[in-house]
Design a binder for this molecule. Structure first.
Ligand code: ZN
Ligand code: ZN
Length: 249
């Protein structure tokens, strides 16, 4: 649970924190990771389904169980599972647009086993059969068998079953709020670069595989590019100092 009270203002001001896990983030974005984005989205979806009673539907129950399972497994791995449009069309054509299990019209491309998007590992299913298959593959967890995953699930579910959202990103207003926060973060990012003209500034960003780290001090100018984690730590220290300096101005 959040230690400090989350508000649009607190999430907009520097240093930036992840609205889902409170981790410090050094880039101009909302969440610290895709997993955090997925978790917050899952919680909002679950809360919305309870609020409008969709939760009583079996397909919704299945969708929630599956999303939770993906999160506990470390994320859906959407990138490696992404199916190119041409292959998608090829699977639909090969399977005559029908679910391979029940023969009803299908619209779900299923990975038969693992993540490979080779056409021989793909099949067309209907939503119902796809959900059933995924559900059958889910393994139940208990505090004894999977203590960490169980605690993770409990932490997420405690955010679902509260009348008022515990975090800003769990609430129905989030679609408006995150835009405001991102806008403020971008403004702050610009300011950081502008302050460069005064006496000290630090700007760090990740560009593809590199950390770009700039420091303009009273007595020194530095620009480093590194792939190493040590620079990340170093830059983080400078960043902290910079922020302290910034507050004094
Ligand atoms: Zn996070
Ligand atoms: Zn089917």
């Amino acid at each position: 649970m959040a230690k400090r009270v989350q508000t649009i203002k607190s999430l907009s001001s520097y240093p930036f924190h992840c609205p889902n896990c409170d981790k410090l983030i050094k880039e101009i974005k909302i969440y610290c990771s895709d997993l955090c984005r997925d978790e917050a989205s899952f919680i909002r979806y679950y809360r919305a389904c309870i609020a409008d009673k969709r939760i009583k539907q079996n397909d919704v129950k299945a969708a929630i169980a599956i999303r939770l399972a993906h999160i506990l497994a470390g994320g859906y791995n959407a990138r490696s599972r992404r199916i190119p449009d041409s292959i998608r069309k090829e699977v639909i054509r090969r399977d005559n647009g029908r679910c391979r299990v029940c023969g009803k019209p299908g619209n779900q491309i299923d990975h038969i086993r693992g993540n490979s998007s080779d056409i021989n590992n793909l099949q067309l299913l209907c939503l119902n059969c796809h959900n059933k298959k995924t559900m059958a593959n889910l393994k139940p967890i208990s505090p004894d068998s999977h203590p960490e995953k169980y605690a993770h699930a409990e932490a997420l579910l405690s955010r679902v079953h509260t009348s008022k959202p515990l975090r800003l990103c769990d609430g129905t207003d989030w679609s408006k709020n995150w835009r405001k926060i991102l806008k403020a973060r971008k403004e702050m990012g610009k300011k950081m670069i502008n302050i460069r003209n005064k006496n000290a500034s630090l700007f760090m960003r990740k560009n593809r595989h590199y950390w770009h780290f700039y420091y303009w001090g009273r007595d020194e100018k530095r620009h480093c590019i590194s792939t190493g984690e040590s620079l990340k730590d170093k830059a983080e220290q400078f960043m902290k100092q910079f922020l302290t300096d910034l507050e004094k101005r």
